[in-house]
Design a protein around this ligand. Structure first.
Ligand code: SAM
Length: 243
């Protein structure tokens, strides 16, 4: 089925990422819960509850997937506010839109199939731009950060939630065991798909650690960049502002 989402150009990595998310789209929410023991819900709540946003604001949630962040942010912008959920993958957008519609959440949401590296929005269109568990899948992260900065209004906040570098040394072997032994097995058991979850674990290890990502945000033009580790650095929240 074709819901009229526009085709976007895809490079090799994007093709692979596309396959991964197309194959996990349906089991995505269940897997998130299994993988993180439900803790991703707490991270997402923190991420949205402390974002710089107010009633009536217009928000872009990039790599919005099945809409967890969009739904939480909509509660903060209220009736008058609007959320644009952008994702490169039509299947994730479809699952997301269906899920939102099933929950009775229709007004104030827009869905746009787009690549974070080249956003189809004019400069200064949003009060807040978020990307949660999405940046590590983007090939050209610097381009995506520059685009986030470009579409942000002056004074607006960009917020990144992403897996990061686990801080305590003693925790790392446990974390590695979970990622490379437990996760792919859970993937095989529940989604009949070990490879996608192996890819996810590897992509987490390749993602730039806290300080490197902060420097990348500086390089993209953001002011007052900072980060905060959650759960010992399993994930980090990075912020930057458009001055
Ligand atoms: N933000 C959601 C959440 O927290 O549950 C979904 C995160 S999911 C792990 C990653 C999403 O990033 C997928 O839906 C995938 O299609 C999307 N994605 C990957 N590369 C992208 C790109 N270059 N531009 C936009 N979205 C992308």
């Amino acid at each position: 089925t074709d819901f009229g989402f526009r085709d976007v150009p895809t490079g090799e990595k994007q093709k692979l990422v596309g396959q991964v998310f197309s194959s996990v789209a349906r089991n995505y929410d269940l897997m998130n819960d299994l993988m993180s023991l439900g803790i991703h819900r707490v991270w997402k709540r923190y991420f949205t509850a402390t974002a710089q946003v107010k009633r009536g604001d217009r928000v872009l949630d990039l790599a919005g997937g099945t809409g967890d962040i969009a739904a939480l942010l909509k509660d903060r912008v209220g009736e008058a506010g609007g959320i644009v959920l952008g994702d490169i993958n039509g299947e994730m957008l479809r699952v997301g839109r269906d899920r939102m519609t099933d929950r009775g959440r229709v007004r104030g949401f827009e869905y746009v199939q787009c690549n974070a590296e080249a956003l189809p929005f004019p400069d200064a269109s949003f009060d807040l731009v978020t990307i949660a568990f999405g940046l590590r899948n983007v090939t050209d992260k610097d381009a995506a950060l520059r685009e986030m900065h470009r579409v942000l209004k002056v004074g607006g906040q960009a917020r990144v939630l992403e897996f990061s570098e686990v801080k305590p040394e003693w925790f790392r072997p446990i974390y590695d065991f979970h990622s490379f032994q437990v996760l792919p097995r859970l993937g095989r058991l529940f989604a009949n798909d070990a490879d996608s979850y192996q890819y996810l674990a590897e992509s987490i290890r390749k993602h730039p650690p806290q300080d490197v990502l902060k420097a990348m945000m500086d390089g993209a033009g953001f002011a007052r960049t900072r980060y905060r580790n959650l759960s010992a650095g399993i994930v980090a929240v990075h912020d930057g502002y458009k001055a």
